[in-house]
Design a protein around this ligand. Structure first.
Ligand code: NAD
Length: 507
C-alpha cells in the first residue's frame, strides 16, 4: 500500500522516524471516500520529524530572506505555471482523498493559485514607509522583515487552497514555511511542495510534515517556530491559539462557521434557490463558507422558498467525484458521515420539521462510499443545538424570521461569525444589513462571499482567534515584522548635548 511521507529538506521520504514509548512508527489511514476503502497510509510524524524540518528551515531561511523579493516572486510565477500544467493530475488526486467532484477540486486549486498570483506582486507590497526630514537632518523609514520560520496547520476541506493562502504569502515574504496538512487528505499538499521545489524554491523553505495532535503539540511548543497559522474547527483553533501564544508565538487561528442567508421578501427566489443549492450542498456542505442556514423574512417568503427548494433538492445528483454530472460527492470519512446523520437525528428530536431526509442514501455500485443525500429542515429555532452547532454536511436549515430586525439579529448573535449573505433587490436594506451585521464577511446577492486574494479572508467571534486575517495585506502583516529606523548622518561637528537627557522630540 502507498505510504505518504513528509517532504523535508527538498525531498519526500525518510521513513517514519517516530519513537513512541513503544518505539514504533504510527500511520493513519487515508480513505477513498467514494469507495470507503483505505487507499494509502500517511506517516504520522513526531518531534524528531519536526526537528529535521526545523533544522532544514533554519539552514535555508537566512539566505532566502536575503534573496531579493523579485527573485522570490519569480519562484511564484514558475510555481503557478507548474500547477496549471499539472491541474488535472492534482484535481484527481485531491478528489480521490477528499471526495469533492473534479470541477470543485479545480476550483479549490484555482483559489489557491489566486493567492500565488497575489504573492507574485510581493516586491510591491513589501515596500516600507519613508519620511524625509522628520527632524533636523533626521529621516525615518520602515521595513518589513520575515518572522523566520512559520507553520501552517490546515483542515481537510480545502487541501490546496488553504495551504496556499498561508504558504505562498509566507515564503514570498522571505520565511521558511512548514505545512502540517490534514492527515485525511495529505497527498496534494506534498505535491504542492514538490512543485514549489521544481519551481526553484530552495530546499527547506517549503516543507510538509504530517501528523495529528502529537505533531501539532510539538509545533506549538517548538522554540524555533515564530508563527503559526491554523485553520480548522473552533475548539481546536482556540486550543492552538492559546497554547501557541503562551509559547510566545504569533498565532492566527480560523475556526468553524454557521453562515446564514437572509432572504428578503423582494428577493428573486429562483435566483436564491439556484444560489442556495450550490452554497448549501456543494462539496457536500463541507465548506466553512457554505450557507447551511436560510432565513426567509415573513411566512409568505418562507412558504414560497420552501416550495421551490423541495424540487430543486430532489433534482440534486449525488455521485462519485469523477462523475461530471454530479453536484456533489461523498463526505470525507465514515466518522464524519455518522456525525452529520447524528445531527439530523438531533434536529428531529428537537422538534424541527425534517422536510427532506438524506440519511440512508446509498450510491449504486459504491454502497460502501461515504455518501449522504441532501436534507432540508424547516421550523428550526435559535434555541436548538442543531442550529447552534456546525453540522458541516449537506443539510439546509430554514429558520423563519418575522422581520428584518430579527433576521439581522440571528447571525449577529450566533457564536460563529464567518460569513453571511443577504438576498434582496433593496439597496437600502442591503446597505443597512452589511453595516450592522456582526459577521466578518458579507455577501450581497452573493451566496459564498469568499474575498478575492488581494482582499482578505477572516471571520469574527468563534470563527477566528487572533488579530490578522488570511492573505491580502493582512497576510503580509502576519508573516512579517515591521522594523522602523530613525537615522541621522551628522556632518562632523558634535552637538552641544544640551538636550541629551530629555526624551528627544522633533519639535
Ligand atoms: P479539524 O479541526 O479537525 O482539523 C484541523 C487541523 O487540526 C488538522 O491539521 C488536524 O490534524 C489538526 N487537529 C485535529 N485534532 C487536533 C487536536 N486534538 N489537537 C491539535 N490539532 C488537531 O478540522 P477539519 O475537520 O479538518 O476541518 C473542518 C473544520 O475547519 C470546520 O469546522 C470548518 O468550518 C473549519 N474551516 C474553517 C475555515 C475558516 O477559514 N474559518 C476554513 C476551512 C475550514
Amino acid at each position: 500500500m502507498r505510504t505518504i511521507d513528509h517532504f523535508i529538506a527538498g525531498s519526500a521520504g525518510g521513513g517514519a522516524t517516530r519513537t513512541s514509548p513503544a518505539g514504533e512508527a504510527r500511520f493513519g489511514d487515508v480513505f477513498d471516500p467514494n469507495t470507503g476503502q483505505v487507499q494509502a497510509k500517511v506517516n504520522l510524524g513526531a518531534q524528531a520529524d519536526l526537528d529535521r524540518a526545523v533544522a532544514a528551515a533554519q539552514a535555508a531561511q537566512p539566505a532566502w530572506a536575503m534573496t531579493n523579493p523579485q527573485r522570490r516572486a519569480r519562484v511564484m510565477f514558475n510555481f503557478k505555471a507548474l500547477v496549471e500544467k499539472n491541474m488535472d493530475e492534482l484535481a484527481h488526486l485531491l478528489s480521490s482523498e477528499h471526495g469533492k467532484v473534479i470541477a470543485d477540486s479545480k476550483g479549490d486549486i484555482q483559489r489557491g493559485l489566486e493567492v500565488v498570483e497575489f504573492a507574485c506582486g510581493i516586491p510591491h507590497v513589501l515596500k516600507g514607509e519613508y519620511t524625509q526630514g522628520a527632524g533636523p537632518g533626521i529621516d525615518v523609514y520602515s521595513m518589513r522583515q520575515p518572522v523566520g520560520i512559520g507553520v501552517g496547520i490546515t483542515p481537510f476541506n480545502f487541501p490546496a487552497m488553504i495551504p496556499l493562502w498561508m504558504g505562498a504569502v509566507a515564503t514570498a515574504c522571505g520565511n521558511a514555511f512548514i505545512l502540517k496538512p490534514s492527515e485525511r487528505d495529505p497527498s496534494v499538499p506534498v505535491r504542492l511542495a514538490e512543485l514549489m521545489r521544481e519551481a526553484g524554491m530552495p530546499e527547506g523553505i517549503f516543507q510538509v510534515v504530517h501528523g495529528d495532535k502529537e505533531m501539532v503539540d510539538a509545533i506549538l511548543d517548538h522554540p524555533a517556530i515564530a508563527a503559526v497559522s491554523f485553520v480548522g474547527s473552533s475548539d481546536i483553533a482556540h486550543y492552538v491559539y492559546n497554547r501557541g501564544v503562551a509559547a510566545g508565538k504569533r498565532v492566527q487561528a480560523m475556526g468553524g462557521a454557521k453562515n446564514h442567508g437572509i432572504v428578503m421578501p423582494d428577493a428573486d427566489l429562483d435566483q436564491v434557490v439556484a444560489d442556495l443549492s450550490g452554497a448549501a450542498f456543494g462539496s457536500a456542505g463541507e465548506r466553512c463558507m457554505a450557507l447551511p442556514v436560510v432565513v426567509p423574512v415573513g411566512d409568505k417568503t418562507a412558504e414560497a422558498l420552501k416550495a421551490k427548494l423541495i424540487p430543486a433538492i430532489a433534482a440534486l445528483r449525488v455521485g462519485v467525484s469523477t462523475d461530471n454530472d454530479a453536484h456533489y460527492g461523498p463526505v470525507v470519512n465514515a466518522a464524519h458521515k455518522q456525525r452529520v446523520e447524528n445531527w439530523i437525528q438531533t434536529g428531529v428530536d428537537e422538534g424541527a420539521e425534517l422536510v427532506v431526509d438524506g440519511r440512508g442514501f446509498q450510491l449504486q455500485g459504491n454502497e460502501e462510499g461515504f455518501f449522504i443525500g441532501p436534507s432540508l429542515f424547516d421550523h428550526v429555532t435559535p434555541d436548538m443545538q442543531s442550529y447552534k452547532e456546525e453540522i458541516f454536511g449537506p443539510v439546509l436549515q430554514i429558520v423563519r424570521a418575522p422581520d428584518f430586525e430579527t433576521a439581522l439579529k440571528l447571525p449577529s448573535d450566533h457564536q460563529y461569525g464567518n460569513g453571511v449573505a443577504i438576498f434582496t433587490r433593496n439597496g437600502h436594506a442591503a446597505r443597512e444589513f452589511a453595516a450592522r451585521v456582526n459577521v466578518g464577511m458579507v455577501g450581497i446577492n452573493v451566496p459564498i462571499p469568499v474575498p478575492v486574494a488581494y482582499h482578505t479572508f477572516g471571520g469574527w467571534k468563534r470563527s477566528a482567534f487572533g488579530d490578522t486575517n488570511q492573505h491580502g495585506m493582512e497576510g503580509v502583516k502576519f508573516w512579517t515584522k515591521v522594523k522602523t529606523i530613525t537615522q541621522r548622518w551628522p556632518d562632523g561637528g558634535v552637538g552641544d548635548g544640551a538636550n541629551a537627557f530629555v526624551i528627544p522630540t522633533m519639535g
